[in-house]
Design a protein. Sequence first.
Length: 333
Amino acid sequence: MTIVLTSDERESLFSLLTEQQRTFIQEHVKRGKKTVFANQMAIDKGIILPESASIDEIEMLLDEWILEDYIDNGFVNPETPCECGRPLRYQYIVKHKSTKQLRRFGITHFEEHTGIPGELVNAIIKGFTTIDYEMDELLDKIRQNWTLEEVFPSIPREVVLPTDISDHLENNLPLLERQIKRLRLLINEFLSKRELERSRVIETPPSIIESSETDDYTKESNQFTFEFELFEDTEDYSPVQEKRKILEPVTNHLSAAIKDKVLHYLETVSSVRIICELLIKHHIVAGQRYITGKPKIYPIVCLYLESLVNENVIYLEEVNGTDDRKYKFTKNR
């Protein structure tokens, strides 16, 4: 159910927050609208990105308009007018990445001032409205004294919380329903994997457990599970074909030039999905995709990066289900 607060309710609840919480929510709205804008521009180019992708990373894929800033004055302010001269409470400032041109206007003049197609503008405005609803959702949950324990009595220590979720909790703010769904999925995936690993140990014949090849067997088994989960369209791959691929050295999948580019992007980008999109954008790899929109190069890049984890060159920072993985260089590389 969508929560819509009145202006008075919103202002009253805001007054109960700490300065840190107010700043966080205001930044959440601004960052959320910038992300919506960038995501819709990416979707218009056929790029579908995971929820965890950061605004800075998404904007690396764009060459045209980005939302530079969003201003909420709290009142209609003649100091922040639309380009038509009308004073605004909410002013949107967009920048053309190639020409550096800045345009300032209200929400009703997107199409007129940017030339963005009306259908795309409507999708952007709809996304902006969703972000406003999320602010009301947060405030309403604060009013109801929402607690994490009510939804998740316990969270396994091994489950790494996505950055946006941990940020909410660190600021003593409720989670949004979409974050709750994502966290529940992560927990369920972790519990399912743990149960699967336990059943494998129980079902493994003693002759294999006692063999000197135990380490190799376990490594291959875990590697198979890891890679199989990365592929989207299982009809494209049979388990037998996939296992044969997995047993081949990872280094056979990517050329030296592509590996160099992956490492270059990793200097500033942690998301594997964004790295894959950059490889496609700059015509370094083919743009083949699964039916979900995920690049088919994604699992291959993940496997290459996992080989670097084993060499302690990089480390796995975050896993967002099957949508994305984030890696960073180790400090001692």
